[in-house]
Write a protein that binds this ligand. Structure first.
Ligand code: NAP
Ligand code: MG
Length: 500
């Protein structure tokens, strides 16, 4: 791959040379995953009532590969008539078939979908990486296995719902409208569709505009699994398509994952309607390192917490808090580790940091980088080169930042970490909780008692201890404050799809 652009402004030329020498001395041989086994159509229609159908107005948009800027496929844009058709198909399927078959029969379809996802895992991982820009290691080891795991897990619940809500008779709501973002495309589709099907609801799902392809591959899997037509409908399009689903009177529940701004809009438009809703929104997680932590392990956790998936993670550990006495050593080890990260071709199995998902997201991250510099923070970026085509941002660390600084308060959704110091538990808890968000957090310490104390005081839906960014279908996930309403995952994830 051609490598020309370097963005480094902060290192001296001597330091840059030393780092480049270090990297060229120790480079891995290229190890790209092959793409010859994947099957993609040139053009994708909407998946409604079990079939791929052309949109009412012949409008299509391009899905591109953000690491090459090349077009991968054309995807249909659903308009009002298409959303109406999809909601009607979902309603008919709910009344005609899905609410009538036994729960164990529903589970059979779901187990089948899970197994086909496993069979096609390699193909799905490659498409996820091509369409979204994330490293193949992540799509192969995290996104796709977890997507299958969600179908397996929720299939197990389908005939045990009476135990989920003891003493009650839980019933489905009807049609669920589901809208998902671009950071974990297939996994988010699984998070949404699996609990809806297990509880006997039918679905109209809209994937994000930049990453529709694995949702459309899932539509093919759903066809192959012989799911009754109309039980799952997938309508692609932009924000307008999402808003048509949200405001459709025939939808009984909205499950939305995305930004806090759009979440607020959706909440306003749902006020006063009969619709139930869950909102999984933004985050600005605190990752807290105490002086008694295992520093090497913690540094790996920081790197995983913020640079994993280019920082395109709602629960990313984007604010690091380091106890003052270990600040120097943590910073030195962190910079050393960041200097070895491989940024580049997402299909290469050695790549740590892939492409930024879109030009718009790259512009947003670059703007926050400039804001951080203008605010007077100190900044470190490794001297790595990035490909000349595509959307790239090198891992970035800011320190000497103030609590009020915009890069500390606002969600950047990119590989940008801010570092602050603290002396006492009380101080760090106050600082950590001082944002509008409350999705996740992390604690690194050798003391169990400190873990219990701090995790109890952090206003965050998930707190990891001596690890970060670990997900499991059995575990509920969701936010405090402006990070959202309701929980997805685990037993809790069934409740928003049931009346009882
Ligand atoms: P976004 O702009 O809010 O978009 C999310 C989804 O909503 C996309 O499918 C989008 O379509 C659609 N949409 C846009 N405008 C809409 C409207 N007016 N009505 C209904 N739907 C609309 O968010 P994003 O930039 O894709 O994703 C990043 C955000 O998601 C971050 O803030 C991140 O923290 C959050 N996130 C949260 C979680 C969680 O579990 N809490 C998980 C992942 C991501 P288009 O694609 O066409 O814009
Ligand atoms: Mg794309």
């Amino acid at each position: 791959m051609e490598k020309t652009k370097t963005q480094n402004k902060e290192l001296t030329s001597e330091e840059q040379k030393a780092e480049i020498n270090f990297k060229t001395d120790w480079q891995y041989a290229a190890s790209p995953e092959s793409t010859d086994h994947i099957q993609l159509k040139k053009k994708y229609d909407l998946f409604i009532n079990g079939k791929f159908v052309a949109p009412a107005k012949p409008k299509y948009f391009d899905s591109i590969n953000p690491s090459t800027e090349e077009k991968i496929a054309e995807v249909a844009e659903a308009d009002e008539a298409d959303v109406n058709k999809a909601v009607k198909a979902a309603r008919d399927a709910y009344k005609g078939k899905w609410s009538k078959i036994s729960a164990s029969e529903r589970a059979k379809y779901m187990f089948r979908i899970a197994r086909i996802i496993q069979e096609k895992a390699r193909e799905l991982a490659v498409i996820e990486t091509m369409d979204g820009g994330k490293p193949i290691r992540e799509s192969r080891d995290i996104d796709i296995p977890l997507a299958a795991a969600h179908f397996f897990y929720y299939a197990g619940w389908a005939d045990k719902l009476n135990y989920a809500v003891p003493g009650k008779t839980p019933k489905p709501l009807g049609v669920a409208g589901q809208i998902i973002p671009w950071n974990f495309p297939l996994l988010m589709a699984a998070w949404k569709i699996a609990p809806a099907l297990a509880t006997g609801n039918t679905v109209v799902l809209k994937p994000a505009e930049t990453t529709s392809l694995t949702a459309l591959k899932l539509a093919e899997i759903i066809q192959e699994a012989d799911l009754p037509p109309g039980v799952v409908n997938i309508v692609t399009g932009a924000g307008k398509t999402g808003s048509l689903i949200v405001n459709h009177p025939g939808v009984d529940k909205i499950a939305f994952t995305g930004s806090t701004d759009i979440g607020k809009l959706i909440q306003k438009s749902l006020a006063g309607t009969h619709k139930k809703y869950t909102l999984e929104l933004g985050g600005k997680a605190a990752n807290i390192i105490f002086e008694d932590a295992s520093i090497d392990q913690a540094v790996e956790g920081i790197v995983n917490g913020i640079f994993f998936n280019q920082g395109h993670v709602c629960c990313a550990g984007s604010r690091l808090f380091v106890q003052e006495s270990v600040f120097e050593i943590v910073m030195r080890k962190l910079k050393d580790r960041i200097a070895t990260l491989v940024v580049g071709n997402p299909l290469d199995k050695n790549t740590d940091i892939g492409a930024i998902n879109s030009k718009a997201q790259l512009d947003k991250i670059s703007e926050y980088h400039s804001i951080g510099l203008k605010e007077g923070a100190e900044c470190y970026q490794p001297a790595c080169e990035v490909p000349s085509k595509g959307y790239w941002f090198r891992p970035t660390v800011f320190w000497n930042v103030s609590q009020a600084s915009r890069i500390v308060q606002e969600e950047i959704f990119g590989p940008v970490l801010t570092v602050q110091t603290f002396r006492t538990i009380q101080e760090v808890v106050e600082k950590a909780n001082n944002t509008p968000y409350g999705l996740s957090g992390g604690i690194w310490t050798d003391k169990g008692s400190k873990i219990f104390k701090v995790s109890g005081e952090l206003k965050a839906g998930v707190v990891w201890a001596n690890t970060f960014n670990k997900f499991d279908p059995t575990s509920p996930f969701g936010g405090y404050k402006e990070s959202g309403i309701g929980r997805e995952g685990g037993l809790h994830g069934l409740m928003p799809y049931l009346q009882y």
